[in-house]
Design a protein around this ligand. Sequence first.
Ligand code: NAI
Length: 326
Amino acid sequence: MKLALFSSQRYEQSAFNELCPADVETQYFDVSLNAHTCSLCKGFDAVCVFVNDTLSAEVIARLADYGVGLILLRCAGFNNVDLAAAKKHKIAVARVPAYSPEAVAEHAIALILTLSRKIHKAYNRVREENFDLNGLLGFNLHNKTVGLIGCGKIGQAMVKILNGFGAKVLVCDPASPTGAFTLVAQDELLAKSNIISLHCPLNEQTHHIIDKPALATMKRGVMLINTGRGALLDTKACIEALKSGRLGYLGLDVYEQESELFFKDRSEEILQDDVFARLLTFKNVLITGHQGFFTQEALEQIVQTTYFNLHQFTKGDPLTNQVLDV
Ligand code: NAI
């Protein structure tokens, strides 16, 4: 079984090599998989991809021509795969549905606390021996209303942590989950929350779920956190809301155009993305480069589940973690 692993990073290679089954030969490509690079897949049985690889209908048709039978997503989200095309070409798609919901939830909480207590500013001040507290006034999470849009695995992990802080948790989710929170309609959540955190998948219904009209219904000075997918937010509308003060804080682990930026050292390059550049100018915006998943525990789980998915495929067993076109 020959596996081509795209968007490969050094930290993954050691984890994948360590757990690689004897009958699998894994080749690593640091480029992402897209229409320009998919000829690299010739001679492989399966491809392993991450969040910013592009599995469009065109790419999938070419994978089918090359005899690739399986797409292994080493992530939970599958918005970058044309599932209808995969079905048409009889290419199976499997993912890692839950590697560590706590890893992402804890990262979202880290963004909330860093912004609310201005830790990013304090860190720099103290390094310059500036111990002035002016401008660092924070706010308690206790008794604040936190709205979660989407309450699946990561959302539920958020609920547990937020209840520990004594926050009031509102949830909107069409699946009507149950737990220690109040289920409300999206409008009510937007209007009542002091902090809003996004934990739904990206799809046609949720694309720009936070747009200009949605922002207009939020409390003035609200904190918005996105560890889901970049295109859940209309980034330009968020910039306008930051300028007007409607958004008081913005914490992002994902960005609409992140495939052009994230997961590479670009410190020697001139930043070409003007929207991202504008985001960086706000003192109340905190951005991390899609690292919510990035803990030791989650990485091990990702590798184990990916090889498990490959093993089931090789044996011809039904794929426990198959992603189907619905
Ligand atoms: P999940 O599938 O367990 O839960 C998603 C929830 O969102 C479901 O309960 C679903 O009913 C709900 N939902 C769907 N449409 C909605 C809508 N219009 N409004 C409100 N809720 C809606 O997924 P999980 O594991 O909790 O992950 C959520 C998302 O987080 C993933 O789809 C992925 O995009 C993102 N993610 C980000 C990571 C990072 O490193 N930053 C890592 C892992 C996932």
